[in-house]
Design a protein around this ligand. Structure first.
Ligand SMILES: Nc1ncnc2c1ncn2[C@@H]1O[C@H](COP(=O)(O)OP(=O)(O)OP(=O)(O)O)[C@@H](O)[C@H]1O
Length: 606
């Protein structure tokens, strides 16, 4: 631990937690400053404040006081090689901590103080400590979702039956048909499912059904948390069957853009509603609590909201796991009775849990339409936390699955070199679509950005391997044909977005340009238009969300890494279309399957 990362003003317990690497210097600074402003002197209250700031920083919406020691940190190893034992830290006694917070001038409801930035909420599972802003957001999300769930739109059952018969002529029970019926009969619908379960296919049919029932004038807003996901949603909706009659002008935007975010916050909000009758949000697992709160605030009360995503994937980089919370929270409302009359036969055989969820407008799509069986089975086993089955499938291997020891990188090396040479060949020849297609053929994914298992290390290794194969050292900064590119910031003018990947190609006139896949017509940009790009031979699993590749090689971190979780493994595996190669130890796999991301929130409790 370097001095620079230790907050100078921290004293007592906060300092010990800071020095141990559990609290960051910023957590301590904020807590100490707030305590000074509020006149709080209790060391327990200051520690709890710092831990509440840390909780938000690590993705939770609040701090669970009863599980305060259950803190996800990487093993901190001292110079003599010993690992930090969290039990040696000066943890406060739980009763005393709660007593201190109940009378703290930092806490809303405590004695008067000029600033009360915390809120203490008692729940059946114990007390939760919030930064007040996140409590307000969570309350807003809960209030709006509950109000919408209790207010069903009027729907003519016969008309809906007719539309469904047209869109789903086959008589067999069909979850996609139920999903369309739910979206028509409820103000909020959640379409949850893994990759290739037909979520976009279903969204297109929802939009077609709503247009048939409410007319072509229906105003539709399509959005996703990232530009890349928005581009993909737009492309797949436009690529739907013409017989659905969806307008080719349907455009998708990032959620920030949909909400009209500018210097003064969102243009659309609780007093100036979004001008849409239907809003579809794709990749909702990546939406933070703050953004969901802004979206719900900005919706017209009568607008339909369709949330689409995979709740088993990694959550947003900011606080909250709203999609997973919405799917998990207890359902207390009744379904629109029209639903049962129209598609009751479709869910006759569903589990009690799925029927419960249905009352809350949530439909889980379960049939894989795209996935090849072995990868799907592996992803299912990870999702179901069946570690023995995961290891069994990995050990069995096959065409689609490879499981290798950490030092067994020959296959990976070959794949990286072969892909780079093939991409460079197509790029040099000016064959843009082949170059783009080939560059998505393989992707190396890591949990960490830095360190021995991190992106930077593998970037360097890849460049060396390719350099050795082609007989000259590659300049990591050169803009050369075949160089794979990653966009690191949104650029609306250039129409490239954070997370977009592309490749440098040589145009017919000999000029080098960056190419990005955009449906039938790739986007070509002169290097001077690229403000924030870097080369990408490896990327973090977080960054790969919303994309799929032919083969995915996943380098697992050490089993002690706190990033190694079930959601991380699931997200990595489900990025693969044809083959997944896992490089790591069995211990790391088992630890990953066992460890579920714990993002504390009050939303999932009801
Ligand atoms: N009911 C269906 N009948 C025929 N084909 C289907 C059906 N549902 C989905 N598909 C096909 O399966 C493939 C995957 O569907 P889709 O892209 O909608 O899945 P998704 O869940 O949105 O995937 P992703 O998570 O990758 O976005 C598509 O080619 C789609 O046309």
């Amino acid at each position: 631990m370097t001095e620079a990362r230790v907050a100078q003003r921290g004293k007592g317990a906060v300092r010990a937690f800071n020095e141990a690497g559990v609290l960051g210097a910023a957590d301590v600074h904020i807590a100490v400053r707030l305590a000074q402003m509020a006149g709080e002197e209790s060391p327990d209250a200051v520690l709890a404040t710092a831990l509440a700031v840390r909780a938000v920083r690590s993705g939770s919406v609040c701090l669970e006081l009863s599980g305060i020691r259950d803190i996800g940190v990487d093993a901190v190893v001292a110079e003599d090689g010993t690992e930090l034992d969290l039990d040696t830290l000066p943890w406060p006694e739980p009763g005393a901590l709660l007593d201190a917070l109940r009378v703290s001038p930092l806490v809303v409801g405590g004695p008067a103080g000029p600033l009360r930035p915390l809120r203490l909420v008692d729940t059946d599972d114990g007390p939760l400590l919030y930064l007040a802003k996140y409590h307000r957001q969570e309350e807003t999300v809960r209030r709006i979702l509950d109000a919408r769930a209790g207010d069903h739109p009027d729907v003519d059952a016969d008309a809906l039956r007719g539309v469904l018969a047209e869109l789903f002529p086959a008589p067999e029970p069909d979850r996609q048909r139920v999903a369309v019926a739910v979206a028509v009969t409820h103000r909020t619908a959640v379409i949850a499912g893994g990759p290739g379960t037909g979520k976009t296919h279903t969204v297109a049919r929802i939009l077609a059904a709503l247009r048939r029932l409410h007319g072509d004038g229906l105003r539709i807003g399509l959005a996703a948390p990232t530009g890349k996901a928005a581009a993909r949603l737009q492309e797949s909706v436009r690529a739907q069957d013409e017989s659905l009659g969806l307008p080719q002008t349907l455009a998708a935007a990032t959620l920030h853009r949909l909400l009209g975010w500018g210097h003064n916050g969102p243009r659309y909000n609780a007093t100036n509603h979004l001008p849409y009758d239907v809003v579809v949000v794709d990749e909702t697992s990546m939406v933070s609590l703050t953004l969901m709160c802004q979206l719900l605030d900005a919706l017209r009360p009568h607008a339909r909201l369709i949330l689409v995503g995979d709740p088993n994937q990694l959550a947003s980089v900011d606080a909250g796991a709203v999609l997973a919370d919405i799917v998990d929270r207890p359902v207390t409302v009744a379904a629109n009775p029209v639903l049962d009359r129209v598609v009751g036969a479709d869910f006759d055989e569903w589990s009690d849990e799925d029927r419960d969820r249905l009352r809350g407008g949530i439909v889980r799509l379960t049939r894989g339409w795209r996935f090849d069986r072995d990868i799907g089975a592996l992803a299912d086993a990870v999702r179901d936390a069946d570690e023995d089955r995961v290891v069994e499938l990995l050990r069995a291997g096959g065409d689609q699955i490879e499981f290798l020891a950490p030092d067994d990188v020959d296959g990976l090396r070959r794949e990286i070199v072969d892909t780079a040479i093939a991409v460079a060949g197509a790029a040099e020849a000016g064959d843009v679509s082949t170059a783009l297609e080939l560059s998505d053929r393989h992707r190396l994914l890591c949990a960490h950005r830095d360190g021995p298992y991190g992106v930077s290390w593998w970037e360097r290794a890849s460049l060396e391997w390719i350099g050795e194969a082609v007989g000259h050292r590659l300049d990591p900064d050169a803009f050369s044909a075949g160089r794979p590119l990653l966009v690191t910031a949104n650029d609306y003018d250039a129409r490239i977005y954070n997370g977009d990947t592309g490749v440098v190609v040589r145009r017919g006139d000999g000029e080098l340009v960056a190419a990005f896949a955009r449906g039938a017509e790739p986007l070509l940009l002169h290097p001077s238009r690229l403000s924030s790009t870097q080369s990408v031979y490896a990327m973090t699993i977080h960054r790969s969300q919303g994309s799929q590749y032919g083969t995915v090689s996943v380098v697992l971190p050490d089993e002690r890494s706190s990033l190694l979780t079930r959601e991380l493994l699931y997200t990595a595996i489900t990025r693969a279309k044809d083959k997944v190669r896992i490089i790591g130890t069995e211990d790391a796999v088992r630890e990953g399957v066992r460890r579920k991301v714990r993002r504390a929130s009050g939303l999932r409790r009801g």
